[in-house]
Ligand binder design. Sequence first.
Ligand code: PNS
Length: 162
Amino acid sequence: MDKKNRKAIFAGSFDPITNGHLDIIQRASKIFDELQIGVLINPNKKGLFTLEERVELIKACTKDLDNIKVIEFQGLLVNYCKEQGINTLVRGVRSEDDVNYELQMAHMNKELDPDIDTIFLPTNKQYSFVSSSIIKEVLKFDADVKNLVPKEVLVALENKTK
Ligand code: PNS
């Protein structure tokens, strides 16, 4: 694989970033020269964290990686990729259930832009059950999630749910 100036994007809601996401980011950042982390602006969905907070948290957690760019995007991901000259989407897969959903998205993105390919990275098995949603769910009951999110996120979650 020609690694010269290979750009990829790992897009998602990141509400908030988890250790599972971070693991994918760290591994993808070694494969590509530039990895953008695209935080989706979804005007119809109110998350726990604002977009600005999500972006700041991702920046804080990835500050040691020098080929990461955190951006916000809205609209179709393939359109943003076209503007940026990005041909590769990175997605983490945790389980068979993810594969079905992820394949559907990958095929739709390919349909929308044949130049786009999706690369799946298997999530580290220690995080195979972790999602932003399940973390928010258990936090409602004051569960301890310190092994599942970066420390910056843990502090932010504590402040948010106080
Ligand atoms: O973290 P998520 O919610 O699983 O990420 C899903 C995301 C943001 C990658 C996907 O919903 C997306 O790309 N949305 C942007 C709109 C778009 O391009 N939709 C078509 C996807 S096939």
